[in-house]
Design a protein around this ligand. Structure first.
Ligand SMILES: [Zn+2]
Length: 162
């Protein structure tokens, strides 16, 4: 991530300075969207963010939330996680980390382990050189574990009866 500013006392980057460095303005809506994203630990969708931010800014529109999220992504303050079905979730954590995705609910969580920058070489030490010989330079990788959380208990909403 391309960070142009040092984190503030709360560990977050300076929102105004980082947005302005990326040619974006800080607006009340963007500040509210970023604040919600930083406090959410479940990688919310734009609709999730919209529902929450609307509680404090009732006049905000879903389109404004989308634009605010894109401004945060473009300036390196957030990451967009796109699922195979095209749906996007947003993550204010911009250090390297792994995700898990529940194939039943679509929920995405951080995996509680440290990021290994050498994992690809551990899988196949020849892979980097082999790809380099084809003209592809590896600059990073993304890893998502997929599976299911334990089935919801009886009476829990969202249970599937298949
Ligand atoms: Zn994450």
């Amino acid at each position: 991530m391309n960070r142009s500013t040092d984190p503030g006392p709360d560990g977050r980057p300076d929102l105004r300075a980082t947005l302005e460095a990326a040619g974006r303005r800080l607006t009340r809506q963007r500040a509210a969207v970023y604040d919600h994203l930083c406090r959410a630990d479940h990688h919310p969708t734009a609709e999730d963010v919209y529902r929450r931010v609307k509680e404090s800014i009732p006049s905000i529109s879903l389109a404004t939330v989308y634009k605010a999220l894109e401004a945060l992504v473009d300036s390196g303050l957030a990451a967009r996680l796109v699922a195979a079905n095209g749906s996007a979730r947003y993550d204010a954590r911009s250090d390297h980390h792994y995700h898990l995705r529940c194939l039943r609910s679509g929920a995405v969580e951080d995996v509680p382990t440290s990021f290994d920058p050498d994992l690809i070489a551990k899988i196949d030490p020849e892979l980097g050189p082999r790809l380099a010989s084809k003209g592809f330079r590896v600059t990073g990788y993304r890893l998502e574990l997929v599976g299911y959380f334990d089935p919801p208990g009886p009476g829990t909403e969202g249970a599937e009866d298949r």
